[in-house]
Every structure is written in C-alpha cells, then in structure tokens.
Design a protein around this ligand. Structure first.
Ligand code: NAD
Length: 372
C-alpha cells in the first residue's frame, strides 16, 4: 500500500504554505469560511478519553485554537465529563460514554472526534466516530496492527469523513525544517540517520500491556523515530528493516512486550537509519547526515524545548506556542476546505506496516521486507 501523495511528497509551494498556515488561514479566514465577519465560526470537536494527554496537552491547546473548539467529550466518568462541560462551556447533553458514541450522530455541534484512548481501542472508536458521520483525528499509534488500520481507513472512506493522525511534530518548525532539508537536498540526500526515543518507566501502566498497547516502546516512543526517518527520507517508506530486542532487565515488569529494541530502516535510495527505543532510558534524539552537511535534533521529540543544530550554523527558527493547537487548527481547515491532512490516515497505516515488519524482523532475526 502506498502512502498518500499528500502525506508523502510535499511540493515546495505546499510546504511553505504549511509553515505559515496559521497566518495564511487568519488572513484568508473570512474567504475560507464564506463569511464577511473577521471571526469565522469555529468547528466543534469532542475528545474521546480524558487521560493525561487530553488533560495536559489537548485541553490547553483547545483554548488557543482559532478554528475549532471543544464542544463535547466521550468518557467513562460522567462526573469528569461534567467538570469538562463546566470548564469549556458545553451542555451536559454533549457528554457521552464509550458505549453511546453512536449518539454523536445526532449532535450537530460536533464536527470532529479526537480519539485519545489506549492504542488497542483506537480502531473501534475511529470506526464509531466515522459511522456517526464525524471527521476523525486519531492519536498515535493509529492502531496496533495493519488490518485494524485498513478497517479504520475504509470506515472513514465509506462515511466520506476526513481522517488524520495526531503526529504533532509535522506542525513544529524544527521538524518542518528537517522535512524541507530532506526535500530540497541542501545537504544532499540524508543518507545516514541515527535516532533514539525512550523513557524510564517507573510504574506499570497499560503502555506495558500488549492487550491495550499492542506492543512496547516501539508502539509508543519508537514510532517517533520511524516517523522522523521517513521525514528525512523525504516522505519515502523503508524497503527493508532489521531488528533486535534488548535483553530484559525487568522481565517481571515487561511480561508480554519488549523492554527496548534496536532496529534499522533501509531506503530505496541507499539511505539507512539506525534507531533505538526503550522503556528503560530517558532519551530523545535524531541526526541525519548528507554529503554536504548534517542536522541534529536533541531533545528531538518533546512538546517544547526541541533544539536544532546543523552544519549551517545557528538556526533563526523559533519555537511556536503549541504544536497541538497548530495541528488541531490545520485539521479544522482541512475539513473546511475539503483537503487531505498532511498527516492523513494513510501515513498511520504506513507506520503500522513498518512497525509490523520491525517486530517480524526482531522475531526472525532476518532482514525483513516492508510491504508498504
Ligand atoms: P492515559 O492512560 O493517561 O489516558 C487514557 C484514557 O483512556 C483515560 O482517560 C482512560 O480512562 C481512558 N480509557 C478508556 N478505556 C480504557 C481502557 N479500557 N483501559 C484503560 N483506559 C481506558 O493515556 P494517554 O497518555 O492520555 O494516552 C492516550 C493516547 O494518546 C495513546 O494512544 C497515546 O499513544 C497517545 N499519546 C500521544 C501523545 C503525543 O504526543 N501525540 C502523547 C501522549 C499520549
């Protein structure tokens, strides 16, 4: 399966447009929204799952967004839902349970549903949202296997709703610079890449249970390295991978998922990435080198504080206030304009294909072709 051209190959014109999407959208707001007012009507969004990412990152982002606002929640706790309704000023009739998501179909205030639950629940919730006629953002990893990702994409297509993945770094200026360098080849082909992402897991949570997480740190943290290597390869998917699981130092903790993993990704143009993920090490870095220069991101993957250095010297790029607010606003504009997201469902599917190949390679010990 091919990654969509929208997500995989960005023209310079489109890339530049994306960098300044906030400003451009503001300037053209009234035209886009078909209104004469300078303040266009916002789209409504409902968050599914009110855990740490929704609370700590998406809720504050939704207070900054210009084109979308929180108008509902799907939660297992009605009381928590009431608190969110009071804070965000939406009616209690817009609080749903996981088993009543189908009733979203009757709620005209809600245009978009954002799935932020444990990984193994994503596919069924994306499908429920699509069947209710809502556009969908799904957190990473899209699903826990390729078949579920295909089913979720098919449901969105059948319902004619847009689908995107919560790949917030595509809205970060430093990662956009990596994509620009990869595309315009200022440093030549970025043929040698290295990267690592992980954290020291102290308390056992669903992230270390196969049933809910689908795997270990590769699904959760390593996916950022997978994403980054594909960005540095100008949107290409790897053709083959090799992988080796780390020996377990806490086997009682990591009973049915990996504790850590080293893997490589080989690209058709000869580029190679050597990557690592772990639930036993606080790390977040990525480096890509071409014949004419290098780019280094460290810390590479955080919500804030990303640091970019390159052989060009100091960067003039500045951090923007909220990756998530930009991501949310961009999706709202995609819905309004009828265009595909730069982080469309097909990109999530591509990454599931790569992750499945990495797990297969770790199990067999063999170089494994990627089906993408
Ligand atoms: P969390 O554990 O803090 O929250 C998960 C929420 O899902 C909780 O509110 C929980 O009550 C609810 N839930 C519903 N059904 C559940 C079930 N059967 N078992 C357990 N919980 C259930 O997790 P989180 O950190 O908010 O992560 C949620 C999703 O967001 C994950 O897919 C994760 O990968 C993703 N995430 C993305 C980023 C990012 O930077 N894009 C950051 C953190 C998390």
């Amino acid at each position: 399966m091919k990654a969509s051209s929208g997500s995989a190959h960005l023209s310079r014109r489109r890339f530049v447009g994306q960098v300044s999407v906030g400003a451009a959208a503001l300037a053209f707001g009234s035209r886009l929204f078909g209104q004469s007012s300078a303040t266009p009507k916002k789209l409504g969004i409902a968050l599914v799952g009110l855990g740490s990412y929704s609370t700590g990152q998406l809720a504050p982002a939704l207070k900054r967004t210009e084109f979308v606002e929180l108008r509902g929640v799907v939660t297992g706790s009605r009381e928590k839902g009431r608190q969110w309704a009071r804070t965000f000023g939406f009616p209690e009739t817009s609080i749903y349970g996981y088993d009543t998501m189908h009733q979203l179909a009757d709620n005209r205030d809600i245009d978009i549903v954002y799935v932020v639950t444990p990984n193994a629940l994503h596919a069924e919730e994306v499908i429920a949202a699509a069947k209710a006629g809502k556009h969908v953002i799904c957190e990473k990893p899209f699903t826990t296997n390729v078949a579920d990702a295909e089913a979720a994409i098919a449901a969105c297509r059948a319902a004619k709703v847009k689908l995107s993945i919560g790949y917030r770094l595509h809205f970060d200026p430093f990662h956009q610079e990596l994509k620009r360098l990869a595309h315009e080849k200022d440093f030549g082909v970025l043929a040698k890449m290295t990267g690592a992402n992980g954290f020291q897991m102290g308390r056992k949570v669903w992230r270390a249970e196969r049933k809910l997480a689908g795997g270990g740190p590769l699904m959760d943290m390593g996916i950022y390295c997978v994403q980054e290597a594909c960005m540095a390869a100008d949107g290409a998917a790897p053709i083959a991978v090799t992988a080796r699981e780390h020996p377990k130092t806490r086997p009682e903790f990591f009973t049915d998922v990996e504790e850590g993993l080293d893997w490589t990704m080989e690209f058709a143009n000869g580029a190679k990435a050597e990557l690592m993920t772990s639930y036993n090490q606080n790390v977040g870095r990525f480096r890509a080198e071409g014949a004419a220069g290098w780019i280094n991101l460290e810390p590479a993957f955080g919500y804030r504080g990303i640091r970019l250095t390159s052989s060009k010297g100091p960067t003039a790029l500045k951090e923007l206030p909220s990756q998530q607010a930009l991501q949310l606003d961009d999706f709202a504009l995609c819905v309004r304009e009828g265009r595909e997201s730069r982080v469309a469902g097909e990109m999530g599917l591509r990454d599931m294909e790569i992750i499945e190949a990495i797990y297969a390679a770790a199990q067999s010990g063999q170089r494994t072709l990627v089906k993408v």
